[in-house]
Design a protein around this ligand. Sequence first.
Ligand code: SAM
Length: 280
Amino acid sequence: MPVTLLGASEIRSLAAGLDVTPTKKLGQNFVVDANTVRRIVQVARVSSGERVVEVGPGLGSLTLAILETGASVTAVEIDHRLAARLPATAAAHGVPADRLDVVDADALRVTELPGEPTVLVANLPYNVSVPVLLHFLEHFPALQRGVVMVQAEVGERLAAAPGSKTYGAPSVKAAWYGPWRLSGMVSRQVFWPVPNVDSVLVSFARDPEPRGTEAERLRTFQIVDAAFQQRRKMLRQAVSAVLGGSAAAASEILERAGVAPTARGEELGVEDFLRIARVA
Ligand code: SAM
């Protein structure tokens, strides 16, 4: 039996049957357009036999599009009603039970996943999209690549290069793991309920080798946070609290790392921050 997708009216009646009224708190904007979920899966180049992790499967529209390719899915859903219902929806749409694992949990607290997924595909809840991405990249080194739908502003931040207006701490932290790029806009009309923000697809690919050790990552992220908390200030002031305790001590460290103490955080790439962390 081939896997079939969910239609807009079936999504609404599934929600009604579960007494689910989509909530903003959980970023519940469900995709009700089959072309959109198929497009996400195509951009992610999901293929048969792969194991995909999906954060927030909701009523299952994207889940079924991933399963349609022949891939397996580990789905992490915080809303118990939705997590409990997903296996029955999948079975009713032709999915063999051994190709879907549902984890009924907060994605931000998950540290183990069945099936060791190598691909992340998700329509992420808006309010926690960056923390979820960083959490998954940190905790699941087997994840090699992914495509996620996020609020346009967040996608632009994730893919931003140094010097651009949207470049910030999330851009540097995301870049720690590998390159990110914007992979297209998504109309707000494909969601139910229709959100009041635009969405984009963002893709990432993990670098083949880790950029540094775990201790270096933690130190780098600490310096990044300090640099962007006061992004208008020169680095020697912005990071003085985490580099030596004074602007003079910070200047010395920055110079040894080959970074101008008068530069601003928004001018530096992840490699510059890592060099600072290594000499600090
Ligand atoms: N994938 C579905 C779709 O495209 O129609 C739903 C996407 S909806 C934007 C986000 C989903 O994430 C919701 O099902 C919501 O309940 C779930 N969610 C919100 N916060 C979560 C968290 N911290 N951990 C896991 N799931 C979460």
